[in-house]
Design a protein around this ligand. Structure first.
Ligand code: ADP
Length: 457
């Protein structure tokens, strides 16, 4: 059996609760009515008996007629109260007698309403002793049913009750329509999710109506999440294509060199040249693979690259010393890294970050230029600056230099992989820090890495 839709279920629940509330209110109304009715019945009984007693006392003709046994056509049924008149010996003088035990009851002179059951039904009776000035005295007795049917009492007022099922049906239909409207964003979400699942097209979005409620906020959040998913999916795709492209070049060179060596190399020197070319490309591939692995490891495990209290000054000085040994183009490398600057970092990663920034500054520096490396502590953070007066970066390249495999130098004359700066960024982020650049084409660049001194593990 097909399960009921959320819309139908909500409407049914809503109507059921409404029905229960109506039933409860009706029960309450009946209870109030019954209490009120009891008072009314008793008041009517006493009033009818007292009226009759007064009449006997006040209307001489009537009293005479009673004494003479000549009463005709008198009205002894008043407001459902049956009236009976007896003389002091208990003989029935006038009234509505029906020959049942009610009529034979002893008189109650305590001015209290008595209750009696006859044939399974309860009755109230009330007696009053009437003294007539000229002799004959009487008992006036009133009898009335103790419970009256609610339905007979409601007689003539039933129409609103009959309308109730109609109102409930209307409530159900209204609820069904309203829930349908409220749930529309959920249907849209479901449809979009289904479409994305079927087509794999992550560019689809849920139609957004800014109603300011929780569902429109949820729609906005899911769409934003889809944006992020699409971005990272595209980035992943781009990465895979770039990585295979970058690997294809050295592989093609290696294959071409091998083919050339096998067919053409005659002497040991010629063969050595081929092997050297193969080794160079192999080295490039190895660096590429190592760096890519590093990215993955950093993303996957913080265990491997533990952050510990490290003397950053010593680390920077050592990196500068190593790089000044291999500096080309007569570049002067100046290093300012005081003692006592420490931070919770992974020394291996921080050294890699330094190598990439200082290496780039030297590689893209100018002949006889300067590279300044400085490390400073500012309160809770440590700032590393690497400044060069070399090639600089064009404004249009600046936003892209952090992307994987992006290289501003389109001629690719330098031997970079286009992975250095993305790695720097990733290492800074790994330590909870940031990296930024200021650069002007032809004038040089300044790279700045700011790390908090205490990183929460
Ligand atoms: P690469 O391996 O090509 O150096 P990077 O990711 O380290 O890759 O750098 C990306 C690009 O940014 C480089 O190709 C280069 O064009 C530019 N770049 C990086 N550092 C500097 C610098 N100090 N001066 C000028 N250009 C730079």
């Amino acid at each position: 059996m097909r399960r009921l839709t959320l819309k139908t279920r909500l409407s049914l629940w809503f109507t059921l609760i409404l029905t229960l509330i109506c039933a409860l209110m009706l029960a309450l109304a009946f209870a109030v009515f019954t209490t009120y009715d009891q008072h009314r019945i008793r008041d009517e009984l006493i009033e009818a008996v007292e009226d009759e007693a007064e009449r006997i006392e006040d209307e001489r003709d009537y009293a005479d007629a009673l004494a003479a046994g000549r009463v005709r056509d008198a009205d002894y049924l008043r407001d459902d109260v049956r009236l009976m008149i007896y003389d002091e010996d208990g003989a029935q003088i006038a009234g509505l007698f029906t020959q049942n035990e009610l009529e034979a009851l002893p008189y109650a002179d305590s001015e209290r309403i008595g209750t009696v059951a006859v044939d399974g039904r309860s009755y109230y009776y009330y007696d009053e002793w009437v003294k007539v000035r000229r002799g004959n005295d009487y008992w006036v007795r009133g009898v009335t049913a103790a419970e009256r049917s609610v339905w007979s009492a409601l007689d003539g007022h039933l129409a609103p009750l009959l309308l109730l099922p109609l109102l409930l049906a209307l409530a159900f239909l209204g609820g069904y329509w309203l829930t349908g409207r409220f749930l529309r964003p959920i249907r849209d979400m479901d449809r979009t999710a289904e479409e994305i699942r079927e087509s794999g097209d992550l560019s689809r979005r849920i139609p957004y109506h800014d109603t300011g409620d929780e569902l429109s906020a949820l729609t906005g959040h899911i769409n934003a999440m889809l944006d992020r998913l699409e971005q990272s999916f595209n980035a992943e795709r781009q990465f895979a294509s770039n990585a295979s492209h970058e690997l294809r070049t050295p592989v093609s060179v290696i294959l071409a060199q091998c083919e050339y060596g096998m067919e053409n190399a005659q002497t040991a020197d010629e063969l050595r040249e081929v092997v050297a070319a193969v080794q160079k490309q192999g080295g490039r591939m190895s660096r590429l693979i190592e760096t890519l692995l590093l990215f993955t490891r950093m993303e996957q495990s913080t265990e491997r690259y533990r952050r510990e209290a490290t003397d950053l000054g010593a680390l920077v000085r050592s990196a500068c010393a190593d790089h000044s040994l291999i500096a080309e183009k007569h570049i002067t490398l100046h290093c300012e890294a005081p003692d006592g600057v420490t931070g919770r970092v992974n020394a291996e990663l921080y050294r890699l970050l330094l190598d990439n920034l200082v290496g780039n500054a030297l590689r893209y520096g100018r002949e006889n230029g300067h590279v300044d490396v400085s490390l400073k502590q500012h309160g809770d953070s440590v700032e590393l600056t690497v400044r060069d007066d070399g090639a600089g970066i064009a404004a249009e390249d600046l936003p892209h230099i952090w992307e994987m495999f992006y290289r501003a130098d389109k001629s690719r004359s330098t031997r970079g992989l286009g992975l250095g700066l993305p790695l720097v960024k990733q290492i800074a982020a790994y330590h909870g820090g940031t990296v930024s650049v200021e650069s002007e084409l032809g004038k040089g660049s300044v790279f700045r890495v700011i790390l908090p001194t205490s990183v929460i593990e």
